[in-house]
Design a protein around this ligand. Sequence first.
Ligand code: GTP
Ligand code: MG
Length: 206
Amino acid sequence: MKITSAKFLESNSQVEKCPPPNLPEYAFIGRSNVGKSSLINMIADNKKLAKTSGTPGKTQLINHFLINEAWYLVDLPGYGYAKVSKSKRKDFDKMITNYLEKRKNLVNVYLLIDSRHEPLKIDLEFMEYLGENMIPFNIVMTKIDKLSSAKYAKNLLTYQKKLLTNWEQLPQFIKTSATAKVGKDEILKEIEIYNTQLNHLDFRNL
Ligand code: GTP
Ligand code: MG
């Protein structure tokens, strides 16, 4: 699938105020600074679409982008950012879980993981949460330009081994770099398959 148009629609703190759930929706989620907004820009081929920053905690609201006039891409705040106050962190977490549990047209979640790190408790717990709530997800490994392919392969294996101690089946892993423009086709191809499968569904009644 080629992206022919990508528009920022609006930012919201409440899921109830988000655009009408009448199109298939895909959300990028992960720890603060993992590269969610950068990946959206890389996919849409527009560096200015989503706001990015070297400082964690940049995205603070639920941001909707309309792609090809046919589906929504959503940029969410990061979870687990240690430098914001406890109460603000709670507000972010609540915003994210409310969105995930209530957004009726959400088709799939792309959970971003920094490929440089060992599996982190906060990410593993977030996956548990998605599993418990039966929210489908893929894992997107980010910033692969920052490590050698041998190191990436090693980290991927470590991650998958760790997951297999708790999960019967592994989710799909997608290798990406916003900087080196890796992973765009794979993500878009998957979204296209979902969109085609959902074609017969009438989102207007959600
Ligand atoms: P929050 O909105 O704070 O939750 O962060 P985010 O997950 O949206 O991260 P963002 O896209 O703002 O990127 C964070 C930092 O990582 C920025 O300095 C980006 O330039 C950098 N970054 C993002 N993706 C990549 C990548 O693929 N490679 C490299 N080298 N840097 C990246
Ligand atoms: Mg962001």
